[in-house]
Design a binder for this molecule. Structure first.
Ligand code: SIN
Length: 272
């Protein structure tokens, strides 16, 4: 366990995830804490917090420490909080937001960096979120596969993920081409940057070649050694780095309710 003045970190797996303790986000943050959290987040890719009894204002102020906030183009936040994305699953929900492996809005030209989700109501059990380290997944590939995929680009499409769901106007949602392997702008590490949710195809390949390549990469990422699983409690919070992880919110708790809010920090254009 590593420690700073107020921050204690307990890694959950060797590759991804750490639990944060010694932090109370309802109080003014001690000097140096944001820098320590940022370093821990870059290192562990997803940080887990417990017992953060904060309101939407405090949640937003915390998120602002990590950059300019992203506003979802078609899913409005509650009054006064346009940047807050409601995560809400009830007995009536057909498909839960966050279900299936994805990287938040990876079809944007500049997909977000941090996503900071706090849940206020959770089901009696289930509703976990899985996170996959795309660093670990890339590192585990053979040199042959690395050489093969390093120069490739992939097309990401919001229509692929959300076509017809959530009442989204697909015409307003982007399609963009990003490197299959991106270099993280802060850590310099290479990460796979494809996901089932948004990645449609590999550029310059036949449909069959593209499907086979993506199917292999998706199956490769299923290895549990690259993953961590978070069990939520009311007032738990997770802060993940979309440039280094993908995630999957398991919808196994129907007809129970699971709800909270996510603030998302703007990112930049992925580069090789
Ligand atoms: C999301 O994709 O941001 C939602 C994740 C979750 O509900 O756990």
């Amino acid at each position: 366990m590593a420690a700073t003045s107020t921050l204690e970190l307990t890694p959950v797996t060797p590759h991804i995830g750490a639990t944060v303790s010694g932090v109370d986000l309802s109080q003014p943050l001690p000097d140096g804490l944001v820098a320590d959290l940022r370093a821990a987040w870059l290192d562990h890719q997803v940080l887990f917090f417990r017992d953060q009894d904060i309101d939407l204002e405090q949640h937003r102020e915390f998120a602002r420490n990590f950059g300019e906030l992203y506003t979802h183009p078609t899913i409005p936040g509650p009054d006064g909080y346009p940047e807050a994305l409601a995560i809400r699953t009830t007995a009536e929900t057909r498909k839960a937001a966050g279900e299936g492996w994805h990287t938040d809005v990876s079809a944007d030209a500049e997909p977000p960096s941090a996503s900071i989700l706090r849940l206020v109501e959770v089901p009696p059990c289930g509703g976990d979120t899985l996170f996959c380290s795309m660093y670990a997944a890339y590192d585990a590939l053979s040199d042959h596969w690395k050489r093969f995929i390093d120069p490739l680009d992939a097309r990401h499409s919001t229509a692929a993920r959300h076509g017809g769901e959530f009442g989204l106007n697909i015409a307003e949602h982007p399609e963009n081409v990003h490197p299959v392997v991106r270099t993280h702008p802060e850590t310099g590490r290479k990460a796979l940057f494809v996901n089932q949710g948004f990645t449609m195809s590999i550029e310059g390949m036949s449909k069959a070649e593209s499907r086979a390549t993506l199917d292999f990469l998706f199956a490769h990422c299923e290895h549990p050694a690259f993953q961590v699983r978070f069990q939520w409690q009311p007032n738990s919070m997770a802060m993940w780095d979309n440039r280094a992880v993908m995630h999957n919110a398991v919808y196994d708790y129907h007809p129970h309710t699971r709800r909270g809010y996510r603030f998302t920090v703007k990112g930049d254009r992925p580069v090789r």
